[in-house]
Design a protein around this ligand. Structure first.
Ligand code: SF4
Ligand code: SF4
Length: 184
């Protein structure tokens, strides 16, 4: 097979994803093991191995703007099963990071809103406060009432605490987030 000729920006994209995922993507031989084992592949617009193929071809915009990278839940099934040690879950994570940094329109904005609400809760309390996460998510989606029956049912069964549970050493949590923001 002829080697693929890539321009510099395509090669930079591949290098960036390889750095972020600590994987050698040229090792992927498209055996489909990752796609076959992925529990969410039916809902994805592209199979996990197709995403790897896009990266191999340097198709940055296509890879960063698809739904697949947001539908991936990071369960690691693909990474565990890949015979060539490609960490597909880390690739998806890296692509999500790049999409946000490069302000690419997010294909699944609801999923990003949910991620943000969870991270925000952990930054504040060191734990997830589910009621607040749901409220923030619903506010971000401008959809406060669609699941209200379910929310009330969960509250009546004590599945949602009104007040957040907090870790004692919240300063350490704040420092972790601060270091992450400054990229240290
Ligand atoms: S399991 Fe690994 S080698 Fe096989 S298609 Fe997926 S990434 Fe490529
Ligand atoms: S980590 Fe993502 S791509 Fe891999 S199997 Fe899980 S959901 Fe699918």
């Amino acid at each position: 097979m002829q080697p693929i000729e890539l321009d510099r920006s395509a090669q930079n994209f591949i290098d960036q994803v390889e750095d972020l995922s600590h994987s050698h993507l040229s090792r992927c031989w498209h055996c489909l093991t990752c796609s076959g084992g992925c529990p969410f592949s039916e809902d994805m617009d592209y199979m996990p191995n197709t995403i790897i193929r896009m990266i191999q071809f340097g198709l940055k915009e296509k890879a960063l703007s698809c739904s697949t990278i947001w539908l991936c839940v990071g369960c690691n099934t693909c990474s565990m099963e890949c015979p060539n040690g490609v960490d597909v879950a880390a690739v998806m994570d890296g692509l999500r990071q790049m999409a946000i940094q490069e302000k690419i329109p997010v294909a699944e904005p609801g999923i990003l809103s949910f991620h943000n609400a969870v991270i925000d809760s952990i930054a504040r309390y060191g734990r997830t406060h589910k009621l607040e996460i749901m409220m923030r998510y619903k506010l971000a989606r401008k959809d406060l009432f669609s699941d209200i029956d379910l929310g009330l049912k969960m509250m009546s069964r004590r599945k949602l605490d009104l007040m957040p549970s907090k870790v004692r050493d919240r300063e350490s949590i704040r420092n972790i987030f601060k270091q992450n923001q400054t990229g240290r």
